[in-house]
Write a protein that binds this ligand. Structure first.
Ligand SMILES: C[S@@+](CC[C@H](N)C(=O)[O-])C[C@H]1O[C@@H](n2cnc3c(N)ncnc32)[C@H](O)[C@@H]1O
Length: 360
């Protein structure tokens, strides 16, 4: 006889998964919300679990559910501050202060799903500290906050308008969202208006910089400062690595972001004697291979579509001239399937100022 799965059993399972660090405490809290709502997807999953066992596919499905729930909260939190609003806040301030030629201030945002995927590979432990250097309207901070048990998620942003927006989002989170997450620790989020070159973030365990547009000297100064992090600390950068011998690159892979794709570098601080401080493997994620560095291995369909829709401007504009739109052009070559590529060698690597096409 068919019986409906017992949600209490599922909560017990979620607690065990959290204990074994398969999911986070915040992940368990989000599952609890789904249990209370008797979410159909969850009940179906539980039914499958009762007839099979704890497989990678099951664990992956649990993570997908947690991420969907976190994403819904994230969209609600940022309802008043979509990408376009943050972009225009950045633009207004840059124009008012004649900063349009500062490439490092060009605005772009992480994509929730792909950034969640990067964090999941690292699987940060409870009580770690997360920093976003150049935190914009705080999108990356809240992917980290909703999904992981960080002691604190701290953002440092140089533009006042963006930081004010981020601060109002933090207040809204405290008022209406924090209570949905695990109650056993403070769900701290903090944003600060400053240059990350003038602030101390040496206590970070996971540090992120959406560095696609950072100039070489800014990148070098940030890399130097990153050497103050403790051995084993992670540093995630986009498009270029830190370029410091004090770090080892654990992985570089392409992911979709708000402007197209970016190569994501996951780096770890070495020990002071130069040996590796990271002995585990990054968490393997099902279906991650399609984002391998080499575009011949295939690209996600929606990205390819986005790439095609952006194709004409790639050839017409210099990333430096195009303001925020420039973010769209850096990595486009990597998105194009062979059929589109053939006949041209696209030299528009990430960070290149002038995308060029030349006949093969
Ligand atoms: C591409 S946006 C990334 C926003 C956010 N981290 C995300 O990924 O969604 C880069 C941000 O870095 C900021 N920025 C650039 N240089 C900075 C500096 N020296 N200190 C603090 N913020 C900086 C820019 O103003 C911009 O908002």
């Amino acid at each position: 006889m068919h019986t409906s799965p017992d949600p209490a059993k599922f909560y017990l399972l979620a607690t065990l998964l959290a204990k074994d660090r398969v999911i986070t405490n915040n992940g368990r809290a989000l599952l609890k919300e789904l249990i209370l709502r008797r979410d159909k997807r969850l009940l179906m999953l539980l039914q499958d679990f009762e007839t099979t066992h704890l497989s990678d596919v099951f664990v992956n499905a649990i993570h997908a559910l947690i991420e969907t729930e976190a994403h819904a909260l994230y969209l609600e939190l940022f309802e008043q501050f979509p990408l376009e609003v943050a972009k225009s806040l950045s633009k207004i301030e840059r124009e008012a202060n004649e900063l349009n030629n500062k490439k490092s201030l060009i605005y772009g945002e992480i994509d929730f799903q792909y950034f969640a995927r990067v964090l999941r590979k690292i699987n940060p432990t409870k009580g770690c500290k997360f920093y976003d250097l150049g935190s914009g309207s705080s999108k990356a901070l809240f992917v980290a906050r909703f999904l992981y048990d960080f002691k604190c998620c701290c953002g440092i942003e140089i533009l006042g308008g963006l930081n004010e927006a981020a601060d109002s989002i933090v207040q809204e989170f405290r008022r209406n969202f924090a209570k949905t997450l695990d109650a056993s620790f403070r769900q701290d989020v903090h944003v600060e208006c400053a240059s990350f070159l003038d602030t101390d973030w040496s206590d970070g365990d996971v540090v992120f910089a959406n560095s696609t547009c950072f100039e070489d000297d800014l990148m070098a100064d940030m890399g130097k400062q990153a050497e103050k992090l403790k051995p084993g600390a992670f540093f995630i950068t986009f498009t270029k690595g830190l370029g410091s011998d004090a770090f080892e690159v654990l992985e570089r892979k392409r992911y979709c972001m708000s402007w197209g794709t970016a190569t994501v570098f996951i780096q770890a601080r070495k020990r002071h004697d130069g040996t590796s401080a990271y002995h585990a493997d990054l968490i393997e994620i099902i279906d991650d291979s399609s984002y391998d560095d080499d575009f011949d291995n295939g690209v996600p369909g929606n990205c390819t579509h986005a790439a095609l829709s952006l194709l004409p401007p790639l050839y017409e504009k210099d990333a430096n001239e195009s303001g925020d739109g420039g973010m769209h052009f850096f990595d486009l070559g990597a998105l194009l399937p062979r059929s589109v590529h053939s006949g041209f060698r696209i030299e528009a690597c990430e960070g290149a100022n002038q995308p060029v096409r030349s006949p093969r």
